[in-house]
Design a binder for this molecule. Sequence first.
Ligand code: LLP
Length: 422
Amino acid sequence: MDDFRYLEGRLFCEQVAVEDIAREVGTPVYIYSATTLERHFTVFDRAFDGIPHLVCFAMKANSNQSVIKIFARLGGGADVVSGGELYRALVAGIPAERIVYAGVGKTRQEIEYALKAGILMFNIESTEELAAINEAAGELGVKAPIAIRINPDVDARTHPYISTGLKKNKFGVAIEDAFDEYLAAAKLPNIKVIGIHQHIGSQLTELSPFVDSIKKTVALVKRLKAEGLDIRYIDVGGGLGIKYLHENPPHPDELAMAIRPALTDAGCELIFEPGRVIVGNSGALVTKVLYRKSTEVKNFVICDAGMNDLVRPTLYQAYHEIRPVEIRPDSEEYTADLVGPICETGDFLAKDRRMAIPEQGDMLALMSAGAYGFTMSSNYNSRPRAAEVMVKGDGYFVVRERETYEDLLKGEKIPDFLTGKG
Ligand code: LLP
């Protein structure tokens, strides 16, 4: 459920007409509903009422400061995968003790930053990373709290690019090796083993992969506890899918019901790392139609948002619903590609889509763009990144300004031999 709906043919986000935002702020623009963000976080959190747990929002899905502040105020934590995300989380007001840090390639500098900040735990992805963290902690005179990310070899049955829990994926430590890895970790002088981590993939629309992997994880937790290891946290990861088109993903309550039995006798506090399910349907990318053209075989709608603004269609053949910001009652339909201004054939937002034939200047909303939309955007073709707007009730706020041409040059320097000074 989201807070975008039509009123007399005009698309609204909460009580604000999307067209008004687009006209005043310009396009392309990401628009998020604060009410949806709050509701989605709360629904997820409440699903696990009665079990000690912490919801660590996956910052990679949307790291806008105002978005993160909403979750911080609701008691949420953060799942980060870089020093930059850790910085964003801390500045937005997420306490360090509610931050977990995953990722296969943590650098020495990032490790030290996280150790000094005092995060809840590192989710370790390899033996060499564990050694590096042990060494860095020793030099700082602290103990690094860790979980090992296990790779349970479970098929998440999602797009191969966003499946992470298979043997052939780069993530985590193979479940067969994890036991020995844990015993070795427990012997390291500057490491404090406190948890176990798993994350099997993203946009999961079935419960069974979650249940299968959690059963494997809990079995391992029991063996580790029997060895005297103090596993206090099971970090279940993220991955719950959303509806883009015909998907029918489970509700967080259904996820909670399905995994509760396996988890209850593990006696651990749970950590969740949801991203998409919280923010995906809270946001839309609004773009303006610049031109239309038709060839012998195709109709094209050319708009002012491109793959640099929303790369998901290009990268994963992802589907985002297109809604006209104003419905024209008399318009006819055709099948067209919605494409952007980028000089790449792969620059499309929709392919062979049935849509009302738009007029030049019409605004279109690409729905379900709140997750992995802005965070994956780039400056390719030297395009300033889009503005981000948050709507709350009948008000809206620019929560990130559109980049300027000057922003594009930030940090660039000309060596003397090119300026004639040298
Ligand atoms: N935890 C870990 C360790 C992760 O790697 C991820 C996502 C999450 C949590 C959050 O997963 P979610 O709840 O959002 O499914 N760019 C892709 C998705 C990549 C997901 C990467 N990891 C997309 O646009 O579909």
